[in-house]
Design a protein around this ligand. Sequence first.
Ligand code: NAG
Ligand code: NAG
Ligand code: NAG
Ligand code: NAG
Ligand code: NAG
Length: 631
Amino acid sequence: MTELVVLVILLMISNLGTSQSNNNNTNTTNTPIRLSCGINPVTSSSSLFSSLDSTITELRSQLWNKDVYFARAHDLRSLDLVYGLAQCRNYLSAAQCVTCFDAAVSAIKTCSSVTGAYVFLDNCFLRFENYPEFYEDPQAKMDVKIAPTLICGNQLASETTIFNQIVGELLSDIRVATPRTSNFYVASTKRLPSGNTTIYAIAQCVESVTQPICEQCMNISYNNLNSCPPSKEGRTLDFGCFLRYSQTPFFQDNQTTNIIHFLSKGSSRKLGMIIGASVGVGIILLIIASSLRYKLRKKPKIDEGKHELEGVKAYKYTDLRLATHNFKEEYKIGKGGYGEVFKAVLDNKNVVAVKKLHDGYGKSKLEFNNEVKLISNIRHRNLMQLLGWSSDGPQVLLVLEYMPQGSLDRFLWGEKRGTLNWKQRFDIMVGIARGLVHLHEEFHVKIIHRDIKSNNILLDDNFQPKIADFGLARDQPEDQSHVSTLFAGTLGYTAPEYATHGQLSDKVDTYSFGIVALEIISGRRGTAVNLDPHGNNYLLEHAWELYESGMHIELVDKALDPNEYEEENMMNMIEIALLCTQSPANLRPIMSEVVLMLSSGGSFRRLQMTRPTVIHHHRRIHVDAKGLHQM
Ligand SMILES: *[C@@H]1O[C@H](CO)[C@@H](O)[C@H](O)[C@H]1NC(C)=O
Ligand SMILES: *[C@@H]1O[C@H](CO)[C@@H](O)[C@H](O)[C@H]1NC(C)=O
Ligand SMILES: *[C@@H]1O[C@H](CO)[C@@H](O)[C@H](O)[C@H]1NC(C)=O
Ligand SMILES: *[C@@H]1O[C@H](CO)[C@@H](O)[C@H](O)[C@H]1NC(C)=O
Ligand SMILES: *[C@@H]1O[C@H](CO)[C@@H](O)[C@H](O)[C@H]1NC(C)=O
């Protein structure tokens, strides 16, 4: 599983600070600063090249057509998956961006058949790999962690002391501000007191990383770059972020970002407080609540040490490693967005699931422990119970209930296809909705799941659903706000306003629930295309087309026995699912309303439904979140 991708830094540590001439902009800086080709040879190079080409074509068209500075794409069909990521600095026009992108592509094409490569230029960055994890965790699977590269110019500034100070202040400001902006990009300038020198600086994180990773990357890069002055210019290159300053203007004076409000603590705090319950408060409430509950119950104190919280136990990494036979492949029972899951037997009796979170999870122990506290207090029959955790080893481990039946998708289109009857399916829908009501409306901190999909729903022996993967990392602290740039969902299940604009609300989960409900009814995957003979479309679009022509009963899974359900009732269920997928988000019901509608069998108040925004998908490339810009 752990495939080692060792990277060799090949060439071109060139162009170091030599472009000090009077060039004003972009054109001359499309020279690769650093190119690295992976050394893993590909097995079948022909298909790799075509995959790479189509991925590149897709990235280019996103950058060109969508007026975006960040694009991800991957080829779906080929055996050799190629995942690509491209980013331009935001001071460029679309044309300049594509020019740089083309230069990056030429550089990458000099790599022979390898499964991954990346190239940095001043104006853009391009990377491809044969796995997608690097989107969110730029260091993922890198066996050799490439230290950030620091490149300082050769020419020195004259007024050294003041120059160093001003550059230091400027870099510090943009380092702090960048992770707080919506697009992880800041351009700023600062003038020396003498008045005739201005320092230009930009900072940019890869848009798909989380805010903590952006912040961490900024801190490291800032600390490095701060050693460049009195060089007139400098840059740091890292997988997660880019930082550059120069005495030579490399963007227009009117292209700077207003960062004042990201720097003043007062206003940003205020914003945080206006928007939803801040997690700090949440955690305090939680501690008060749990200690109260503890006292009221007068539970005899078990001597499990201070790590015991409400039955959630801190385990030693070594014990869990042993219980999973050193994470042996044959004990692996699943793989989710956060990591791999293994079956384990603890204390020779209890069967549990141990989730090994990805390396470089990018979180401090403290943050993690706070998260564990938060999710360990969530108890609901439709939410997966956390039993324990370990944070003393190289990876963070979570101990969870073991669900022998596995995830819902197996029963809808996987190996157990067709084995659930309508009654079971209906109960599963209601169960998922109830679990979400608990997260959204009943727990004292509103938790938005963001990634509801059939393989995040596990079934117990009675086919009761339990929602997994809630409350972790990406769903946390600052993200209580309504706006988040961090895309944490799965394409096809994710509400359009969240996928494209990062607008986060509980209605994002309502939307995903609607898709899952359609899957439960139809037995078809929400992300599948080509559902009708007339063209490419998603399940949702297909369902709407049927609904609009009054034929939605045809959506129902042919594997279901028609004697088990009434058509009228089934059509109501489909309509409830469609209500959940409307856009804009405020048209969607909240989850407690959904539970009511489901349980009333569909005798709810009819409203005019709005056609959802459907993501069209005519090309063979999988367009990623940021690429769904224009729908
Ligand atoms: C760069 O400077 C030249 C003149 O020196 C000017 O003609 C050109 O428009 C400038 N380009 C940009 C992108 O500002
Ligand atoms: C750079 O600019 C010059 C004109 O200033 C133009 O002829 C040339 O094509 C440009 N190069 C690229 C790579 O855009
Ligand atoms: C900067 O301004 C000072 C006086 O304000 C002047 O002496 C110096 O020559 C100027 N430097 C440049 C590079 O123009
Ligand atoms: C980054 O540095 C700032 C200032 O030193 C600090 O407050 C913050 O905790 C650091 N963040 C990370 C993720 O290291
Ligand atoms: C920025 O300034 C340039 C000229 O220097 C101008 O062409 C451009 O329209 C300005 N952009 C904005 C957003 O004001």
